[in-house]
Design a protein. Structure first.
Length: 72
C-alpha cells in the first residue's frame, strides 16, 4: 500500500503523508475530478488494468483503486 500511496502522491503532485487508504476524490484540494481522470489513466498504464469509463466514478478512493490493482 505504501508504494501505491507514493504513486498516487506523485501523480497528484502532493506529499504522500497527505494520503491514506481512506483518502478519496475531494479529500485534498489537488484531487479534484480532473486530477482523478489523470490518476485513472496513470493507474491503467502503470498497473496494466482497465477501468471502463462508466465505472470511473465508482473508483473514488485509494482503498477502491488499490483493491482494483490487487485483483489483477
Amino acid at each position: 500500500m505504501k508504494e501505491f500511496l507514493e504513486f498516487i502522491a506523485s501523480v497528484l503532485e502532493v506529499d504522500s503523508s497527505l494520503l491514506n487508504e481512506d483518502s478519496k476524490v475531494g479529500s485534498i484540494e489537488e484531487w479534484d475530478s480532473v486530477a482523478h481522470l489523470t490518476l485513472v489513466v496513470e493507474i491503467e498504464d502503470e498497473y496494466d488494468v482497465e477501468i471502463p469509463s462508466d465505472e470511473i466514478g465508482e473508483y473514488d478512493s485509494v482503498k477502491k483503486l488499490y483493491a482494483l490493482i490487487k485483483e489483477k
